[in-house]
Design a protein around this ligand. Structure first.
Ligand code: NAD
Length: 474
């Protein structure tokens, strides 16, 4: 409608490969009108009907999985194998999960002394969904699927940096028979389209995933309008490794050192470290610090940095030039703050089609104070720091010292300590002896400046419905 367009880049080539609509507030208003018109029929449709259409969307993405994976890889710079094995299958699962969850969803009733209370959980109306670039289709559908399942109409904005799979999703939804106006995808910039969604009076709830600063901007607009809000924001997650991971022959226990090492490489560098759940601050118990450092750096050096389309590649391109420059800035800052680079630290120049790509080596830094800027601020790239600790109290103090509270990882064979540390750590998600194990029924989200509210399972269906209590005397 605006008639304006934005460039869309392939980060592995560092070149424009497409254009997307540069929509404005008029487009958002048209989308909200379309959603308003579609709402009466969609909210009145039976849950089986809604569920069937969402299942159909899932099966059509599955049919086109190869094309979706390639599009995600080219748009974002992530390795093709990751898009094929994780991102797109998870988008499919999001639709399947909420198509099934809504059929099993029930509300509460309470009875006492001749009075019955029952709670109706009705759709809210029109919901705004705004998502980031790091897991484009995965996070976009994580918001859209429960909102639609619960009977809402949606105005949704994908990141302008990775719009391609959202574009493909809109075609799939038409093919699946989703009625017109139920889902309205508006492409464009955050300060234009995102802001117009946050401030539109017909949009009654906002589900947002992105940076903490953007979350605060959205809240400053949406809160005085009394919109419901779910904000999933930044993180600076601790990965705490106790020395009992090391096999101890004297006591006859094998430990899970190998698994810890392999998982820690993934939790540090998967998706180029551009996952809000990556463990970017690695705390290692002093007595095994040197062993861990040697083994970890050796593994990190074997990661294959290269063309995301090649199957051997573990580390692809950074999503944008601006983001690459931000990461390189933090690597320089780490040096100024006294950090020692153990491996990586530089931009990589690849051969062939990726010669101008935005690529950074996986970087490991040590010898930084726990409370320096490098250890406090979110970098969101392939950069981790190593910090030794001596006691549980000390590591908890360091782990809890940032403004963030999204996720944490704990490695120990001591079950009592595992539970004790989990109870004291200030994060919404705690993984013990694993990382990124996801059960979609669990509450997902962060505390402190990592967000407000929880997504997933019942939490999502409750967020996307308006409870109404009815009290009846019998
Ligand atoms: P971002 O905040 O810059 O952008 C996120 C989305 O918000 C984009 O669609 C953007 O266009 C839009 N936006 C920007 N300005 C806006 C405004 N003023 N009003 C409304 N919308 C606006 O974040 P990003 O750089 O795309 O993503 C990286 C961030 O996302 C990191 O901080 C990361 O930790 C966070 N993240 C969090 C989670 C989580 O579950 N907590 C998951 C993934 C990413």
């Amino acid at each position: 409608m605006s008639g304006e367009y934005l460039d869309n880049f392939d980060p592995a080539e560092g070149e424009v490969y497409d254009i997307i609509p540069d929509s404005d507030e008029i487009d958002v208003a048209l989308a909200a009108d379309a959603a308003e018109n579609a709402f009466p029929a969609w909210s009145a449709a039976s849950i089986e009907e809604r569920s069937k259409i969402l299942m159909k969307v899932a099966s059509l993405i599955q049919r086109d999985l190869g094309e979706f994976a390639r599009a995600e890889c080219v748009d974002n710079g992530k390795p093709l194998a990751l898009a094929r094995n994780i991102d797109i299958p998870r988008a499919i699962k999001n639709f399947e999960f909420f198509a099934s969850a809504i059929v099993n969803f029930s509300s509460e009733s309470h009875s006492t002394g001749g009075v019955v209370n029952y709670t109706l959980r009705n759709p809210i109306g029109i919901v705004g969904a705004i998502s980031p670039w790091n897991l484009p289709l995965y996070l976009f559908t994580w918001k859209i699927a429960p909102a639609l399942a619960a009977g809402n109409c949606v105005v949704a904005k994908p990141s302008e940096i990775t719009p391609m799979t959202a574009c493909m999703l809109s075609e799939i939804c038409i093919e699946a028979g989703l009625p017109r106006g139920v889902l309205n995808i508006v492409h464009g910039l955050g300060p234009k389209v995102g802001k117009a969604i946050s401030s539109h009076p017909k949009i009654k709830a906002i589900t947002f995933t992105g940076g903490t600063k953007t979350g605060a901007e959205i809240a400053s607009i949406a809160a005085p309008m009394f919109k419901k809000m779910s904000l999933e924001l930044g993180g600076k997650n601790p990965n705490i490794i106790f020395a009992d991971c090391v096999p101890n022959e004297r006591f006859g226990h094998k430990g899970n050192y190998e698994e810890m090492l392999e998982t820690t490489v993934r939790s540090s560098f998967q998706n180029q470290g551009e996952i809000c759940l990556c463990g970017s601050r690695i705390f290692v118990e002093k007595k095994m610090y040197d062993k861990f450092k040697t083994d970890f750096v050796e593994r990190v050096k074997t990661l294959k940095v290269g063309d995301p389309l090649e199957s051997a590649t573990n580390q692809g391109a950074i999503v944008s030039k601006q983001h690459m420059e931000k990461i390189l800035y933090y690597i320089e800052l780490a040096k100024e703050e006294g950090g020692k680079i153990l491996c990586g630290g530089n931009r990589v120049t690849l051969e062939g089609r990726c010669k101008n790509g935005w690529v950074i080596e996986p970087t490991v830094i040590e010898a930084l104070p726990y409370n320096c800027r490098t250890n406090m601020e979110e970098i969101f790239g392939p950069v981790v720091t190593l910090t030794p600790f001596e006691t549980e109290e000390e590591v908890l103090m360091m782990a809890n010292s940032t403004e963030y509270g999204l996720a944490s990882i704990i490695w120990t064979e001591n079950i009592t300590r595992a539970h004790r540390v989990a109870s004291k750590i200030q994060t919404g998600i705690v993984w013990i002896n694993c990382w990124m194990e996801r059960d979609l029924r669990t509450p997902f989200g962060g505390m402190k400046n990592s967000g407000v509210g929880r997504e997933g399972g019942l939490e999502a269906l409750r967020f996307f419905t308006e409870p109404k209590n009815v009290c009846l005397k019998i």
